[in-house]
Write a protein that binds this ligand. Structure first.
Ligand SMILES: *Cc1c(COP(=O)(O)O)cnc(C)c1O
Length: 356
């Protein structure tokens, strides 16, 4: 039952494409659900939103975002509870972050009704696309594009807000090896590191490719001044367990993407009584902890992977290897706790779940 405030024009597809998905072998990002939501911003206002069959867009080759990257996105997941009811995990946090990205990129804010009600109506319609087996979900991708037909450099006046969704299979949490980069930079104070702006990902491809050629899975980004303070791994936030404390870089300098998973992890650990420090963390401190036998766990966090364990960290000539994953108290506990909450198996004491 959907009680939504937002009036949306809905055009349903005539025949679902759901049989294109093999539930036993879901390939992330290969198939998109039957419908998408599209809303246009023109003359200073959001026009009526539409839900319509998923399909191609038709845009002029002079469209702003194609040239200047005035484009932002979000990543959210929907799950099914044991009764088969859809659950969306913390979408209000993604909505707020989307608007922080929009402001920094000189794009209009998306109102709550459009983002949240739009999302709920879309998920309601495509609820059959949420896979049900353990570790699967429906990945939700809201994004906004500047769509003026104009190649002069200035903030656009027309925008499109779109939501598409795609079933996501189990994410194999194969521990990753990390190369600590002291050449390339992801973010610096005054930049856009705190936003999910398209350019942040475009610029990361080359350094990531280099690191993969060297035999590592991901980059640990460091600060742009000294290449000393750790920021994030790939497109995930990063946590280190040093002795009995959990440490993660703070967001004060706007160089860190404020992850919803990051916040969930900090909240759950603190409630459990674990000390979590959000502060500048240098690679020297991590190396010193390693030498003292105090580097217990290291993991990335994000909507896609949830918790991604790191088995080795290489900095210059120093390869730091972590203890076997079975000994990791925090990461293993967090992974299970987060899954129990997301699949509605545990009481939602934080008001993180939005039901349709
Ligand atoms: C999306 C993203 C994250 C993780 O954020 P979540 O809200 O937890 O998914 C972390 N770092 C970067 C750079 C990201 O783009």
């Amino acid at each position: 039952m959907s009680v939504a405030a937002l009036d949306i024009n809905i055009t349903k597809i005539s025949k679902s494409r759901i049989n294109e998905v093999d539930p036993a072998n879901i390939q992330f990002g290969k198939v998109y659900s039957d419908h998408m939501l599209v809303a246009c911003y023109e003359n200073g206002a959001w026009q009526q939103a539409e839900i319509k069959p998923y399909g191609d867009l038709s845009l002029s080759p002079a469209t702003t975002f194609m040239h200047y990257g005035q484009a932002i996105f979000e990543g959210i997941k929907a799950y099914k509870d044991p009764q088969g009811n859809p659950i969306i995990f913390r979408p209000y946090d993604n909505w707020k972050r989307f608007n922080r990205s929009a402001e920094r990129m000189a794009m209009p804010a998306v109102p709550e009704e459009l983002f949240i009600d739009g999302l709920r109506q879309l998920i309601d319609l495509d609820r059959n696309w949420i896979p049900t087996s353990e570790d699967t979900s429906l990945y939700i991708r809201p994004f906004m594009l500047a769509v003026d037909e104009f190649i002069g450099v200035r903030p656009a006046e027309k925008f499109m807000f779109i939501i598409i969704t795609s079933p996501a299979g189990p994410y194999y949490n194969k521990p990753v090896s990390i190369y600590v980069h002291d050449e390339y930079v992801r973010a610096f104070p005054g930049g856009i590191g705190f936003t999910k702006a398209a350019g942040n990902y475009g610029m990361s491809m080359y350094p990531t490719q280099k690191v993969k050629e060297m035999g590592y899975d991901q980059i640990l980004w460091t600060d742009g001044f000294e290449h000393k303070y750790v920021q994030e791994i790939g497109t995930m936030n990063v946590f280190f367990v040093l002795g009995d404390k959990v440490v993660t870089p703070d967001i004060a300098q706007d160089t860190i993407l404020e992850g919803v998973t990051r916040d969930s992890v900090i909240t759950l650990l603190r409630e459990k009584g674990v000390t979590v420090e959000e502060r500048p963390l240098s690679i020297d401190e991590i190396e010193a902890a390693y030498k003292a036998g105090q580097l217990k766990e290291a993991f990335g966090t994000g909507t896609a992977a949830s918790i991604a364990p790191i088995y080795a960290l290489t900095y210059r000539d120093d390869k730091m290897e972590l203890p076997p994953l079975t000994e990791w108290e925090n990461a293993n506990w967090l992974k299970k706790e987060l899954a129990d909450i997301r699949y509605g198996r545990k009481t939602d004491t934080h008001n993180w779940l939005v039901r349709i």
